[in-house]
Design a protein around this ligand. Structure first.
Ligand SMILES: CC(C)(COP(=O)(O)OP(=O)(O)OC[C@H]1O[C@@H](n2cnc3c(N)ncnc32)[C@H](O)[C@@H]1OP(=O)(O)O)[C@@H](O)C(=O)NCCC(=O)NCCS
Length: 183
């Protein structure tokens, strides 16, 4: 079992494990349709959906299914987004979301770079990937700035329920450890 850090600190951010007391802050971004437009989960319409999400975080972390951190901007402890990753043997993938009021300051990139750095430090991980909707150009930039490259377009692969009930094209991005490099 991997030992994921409960706290990851960057120049401006503290990523920490979520608490149920973060529900109002999570709801603040999760109920914004501009924020959830390109995501795979439906816009929250009631705070109980944000509470339900937070309730899944601890068991998923303990089971090694997913490590999810909330994003805070130091020195405030207020949650402005979240970032999560899944590790499966020699691969990992991640995703992130940020409150709209905090877009455009490089925060998502800073959080993603920190998680990618941690994932790259794990022995045996040779592939770190993320997907995003082909229209999600801000996320494309975040992934590029985090050291991932676009590998291609999965056509009609993913339903983004806040955009359409039919599957849409998705970009696959990845960082890959060269073969022959010892992890
Ligand atoms: C995607 C998201 C996390 C980016 O957060 P952020 O903190 O604003 O991102 P950053 O500031 O680190 O970087 C954004 C980059 O995208 C660029 N960008 C923003 N909007 C853009 C657009 N419409 N077209 C092209 N580039 C765009 C910015 O200029 C910046 O690139 P630069 O540094 O080269 O100028 C944020 O917009 C968000 O939460 N969106 C909704 C949830 C989401 O889509 N999550 C990702 C799912 S895959």
């Amino acid at each position: 079992m991997i030992h994921a850090p409960a706290v990851i600190t960057t120049d401006r951010l503290v990523l920490r494990r979520p608490a149920l007391t973060d529900a109002a802050d999570v709801y603040a971004y999760a109920h914004d349709p501009e924020v959830t437009r390109h995501l795979v989960w439906p816009t929250h319409t009631e705070i109980k959906e944000s509470i339900a999400f937070l309730e899944t975080c601890d068991p998923r972390w303990e089971a090694g299914d997913e490590y999810c951190w909330v994003i805070t901007i130091a020195p405030e402890d207020r949650v402005v987004g979240s970032i999560g990753c899944r590790v499966r043997e020699y691969t990992a993938d991640f995703g992130y979301v940020l409150h709209r009021a905090y877009w455009g300051h490089g925060y998502a990139t800073e959080a993603a770079q920190a998680v990618v750095t941690w994932l790259r430090s794990l022995p045996g991980i040779c592939r770190i990937s993320a997907t995003c909707d082909v229209d999600n150009l801000a996320s494309v930039r975040v992934l590029e700035k985090s050291g991932l490259s676009c590998e291609g377009r999965l056509r009609r692969s993913t339903i983004r329920p806040n955009l359409s009930s039919t599957p849409r094209d998705t970009f696959v991005f990845a960082w890959v450890q060269d073969e022959g490099v010892k992890p």
